[in-house]
Ligand binder design. Structure first.
Ligand code: SF4
Length: 302
């Protein structure tokens, strides 16, 4: 039996927001069709429909944390895509956070490229001015072909446009790259196009994740039937190496492997400065016989 979670129940947050004040703003995901994603689809017996929470409920949550003196913490606006909510609604929430909680280190949220594209530059500037510091966006792949196959609902050019709009508004941008998303068949395209899109955007941060396939997702059956193949640990590391090697010289992003799904933990505060060392370190992983022989495990809990 699948239980439906109310929108105030938080399902997921980025690892970097583990010690943040989490304020649920939206429930579920307004798209919810990506073939690799089970977050809101009842994978573990609980699903969540898309909903924007009533403003007064969100403000009450902020009052709660203010009363408990949660000052000095970062604040994460939770939900699959809070940027789908009207700009005025978000501005009111962010201003209220900044008014009620002191010394808030940052205010952040997930964002979906299409929601960003629906907002005008002025609206994004308003969000930045009210104190939205950073958004986390799933690029997953720079290949329009892979994005289409995986039903991401957007293509590379829209991702580039949305990414640039965020940065131009003065909001920091953190992108997720999903290693292995093209399987063996589209691995080369995944690498080449992802490096191209990252070069075009030059995001503040990009983060690697490794594809694991969850039950109840459309990709699960394809994987089980052998139609889709998961990359081995070393092949995932090679994809990461090649993405870094193919970046343009203009890319100054911070880079993280900060997820349980990753096969390495390398990070950089500026990939332009660290590129050579980053690649050398990845090569050391790739050529390590222990890593070469590491069996591929599909994580069901992350
Ligand atoms: S990956 Fe993101 S946009 Fe796609 S269904 Fe999952 S939450 Fe929604």
């Amino acid at each position: 039996m699948v239980v439906k979670l109310p929108p105030e129940q938080i399902v997921i947050r980025p690892p970097v927001e583990a010690y943040s004040v989490l304020i649920p703003v939206t429930g579920g995901c307004s798209w919810n069709k990506c073939r690799f994603c089970g977050t809101y689809k009842g994978v573990y017996g609980a699903s969540q429909d898309y909903a924007i929470r009533p403003l007064e409920d969100v403000l009450k949550d902020i009052d709660y944390y203010a009363k408990k003196n949660y000052d000095g913490f970062p604040v994460f606006l939770a939900g699959g895509n809070p940027t789908s909510a009207p700009t005025e609604y978000l501005v009111e929430i962010i201003k209220y956070i900044r008014q009620k909680l002191r010394n808030v280190q940052r205010v952040s949220s997930y964002a979906k490229a299409l929601d960003i594209l629906r907002k005008t530059d002025e609206e994004l500037k308003k969000l930045a001015d009210s104190g939205l510091d950073i958004v986390y966006m799933g690029l997953e792949s720079g290949s329009s072909n892979i994005l289409r196959i995986m039903k991401k609902g957007t293509n590379a050019e829209s991702m580039i446009k949305a990414g640039k709009k965020v940065l131009n508004a003065g909001i920091k941008l953190s992108l997720y790259i999903l290693l292995g998303l093209g399987g063996y068949k589209y691995s080369e395209e995944h690498v080449k196009e992802t490096a191209r899109v990252l070069t075009e955007i030059n995001p503040t941060i990009f983060r690697f994740r490794t594809l694991n396939i969850l039950p109840n997702t459309p990709l699960w059956d394809e994987w089980k039937s052998g139609e889709f193949k998961l990359l081995s640990p070393v092949e995932n590391l090679k994809e990461e190496r090649e993405i870094i090697a193919n970046l343009g010289d203009n890319v100054t992003s911070q880079v993280f492997n900060d997820h349980v799904s990753n096969y390495c933990t390398i990070e950089s505060s500026n990939i332009k400065e660290d590129r050579e060392l980053f690649i050398k370190t990845l090569d050391a992983y790739i050529n390590n016989p222990k890593i070469k022989n590491l069996p591929r495990k599909n994580l069901l809990r992350m």
